[in-house]
Write a protein that binds this ligand. Structure first.
Ligand code: COI
Length: 357
């Protein structure tokens, strides 16, 4: 697919951030974006990098009413020698197409997904922050833009990519968060869209999230949608629990997201001498194991949050401290190893890093 580049003259570009420690998450955006359209009978057309700016869309567009939408999240890192690298972008390309398949949207050539992002990031390389814990967050998305109110798959889509220089996802940084086990609302059910990265999953999670916040928790831990008995995921992260010599996470059962960081943690934990297991985690057993001191550490994994230590689990009105409530050794080791590989400070033993500039 041919990619046109319509770049802004230097004097029209925005002022860049001056303090990398104040970036926060997803609040500022770079000068350019990528946009490609798909139309029935034509396929992908008019791929271009253009100045970042609002879309003018008909209020009747399908995405506004029936949420035919998918997205991805990945990051570019600036190394101390100036190299810019992506982390496992082909995994995001593959997952984007799995989400597209579930939402009846067109498949995007995976090579184009990766190469066009590389080209956009190269154009915006001065926007990639380099301070510890910062990166350029890349948000690809696809929306249904056909203006019609009948419930149907769209005849017209926008695939677009925007870029945001970011710091830590949680305002608390790399400090333990408090997670509430949600035993009333559910995120997904077998046969639903839990495995797809689609906006609706996040919209339907907001109510539980707000109620958890009122109770002093940062996020909710979802249980399976049928029995509310087995651990699923946190929405913005997959969850891991570390015992003495093994680390466990929920299996990919069709209801949880197949996280790129989740997959990386499984491989790294194994490499670090832990038995990494994907297994059903029964909530009452888990709580008993935490109380008995058998579960030493808990942490979430995700592109935005990287590795996020979990200090407290709330369940049925009780707040249960995991380990000593601080950042565990394995959690720190995994964070350091993963970010070390991503930022070129540690060797890329697994072939995960793709240098693009
Ligand atoms: C990511 O880690 O990229 C996510 O999807 C979390 C996001 C919803 C902020």
């Amino acid at each position: 697919m041919e990619l046109k580049v319509l770049s802004l003259p230097e004097d029209k570009r925005k002022d860049k951030f001056t303090d990398e420690s104040k970036l926060g998450f997803g609040k500022i955006f770079t000068d350019h974006m990528l946009l490609v359209e798909w139309k029935t009978g034509k396929g992908w057309v008019d791929a271009r990098i253009q100045p970042y700016g609002p879309f003018v869309l008909d209020p009747s567009c399908l995405v506004f009413h029936y949420a035919q939408e998918i997205f991805e999240g990945l990051k570019a890192y600036k190394w101390s020698d100036g190299t810019i690298a992506l982390f496992r972008p082909e995994m995001n390309a593959r997952r984007f197409n799995l989400s597209a398949e579930r939402l009846c949207m067109p498949q995007l050539p995976e090579e184009f997904f990766v190469d066009s992002i590389a080209e956009l990031v190269r154009l915006e390389k001065d926007w990639v922050p380099g301070a510890e814990g910062t990166s350029l967050y890349i948000r690809p998305a696809m929306i249904a833009v056909e203006p019609v109110l009948g419930v149907k798959t769209s005849d017209h889509y926008y695939y677009y990519v925007i870029l945001s220089p970011v710091g830590a996802y949680y305002a608390s940084g790399f400090n333990p968060v408090k997670i509430l086990v949600e035993d009333r609302y559910v995120r997904s059910v077998p046969g639903g869209t839990g495995e797809a990265k689609t906006g609706g999953n996040y919209a339907s999670s907001l109510k539980a999230g707000l109620e958890a916040k009122k109770k002093g928790f940062d996020q909710v831990l979802w249980l399976d949608g049928v029995q509310r008995r087995y651990v699923d995921e946190v929405g913005a992260m997959n969850m891991f629990f570390a015992y003495e010599d093994r680390v466990v996470t929920a299996p990919l059962n069709g209801s949880i997201l197949s996280g790129v960081t989740r997959d990386s943690v499984l491989k790294l934990a194994d490499h670090l001498g832990f038995k990494a297991e994907e297994c059903k985690i029964e909530i009452n057993q888990l709580v008993a194991d935490i109380k008995a001191g058998k579960v030493k550490e808990a942490f979430g994994s995700g592109t935005a949050a990287v590795i996020s230590p979990v200090g407290v689990l709330g369940y049925k009105g009780e707040s249960i401290t995991v380990g000593d409530g601080g950042v565990g050794n394995l959690t720190r080791k995994l964070y350091d190893t993963l970010t070390g590989i991503q930022t070129g400070k540690l060797p890329d033993t697994f072939g995960w890093v793709r240098k693009i500039a």
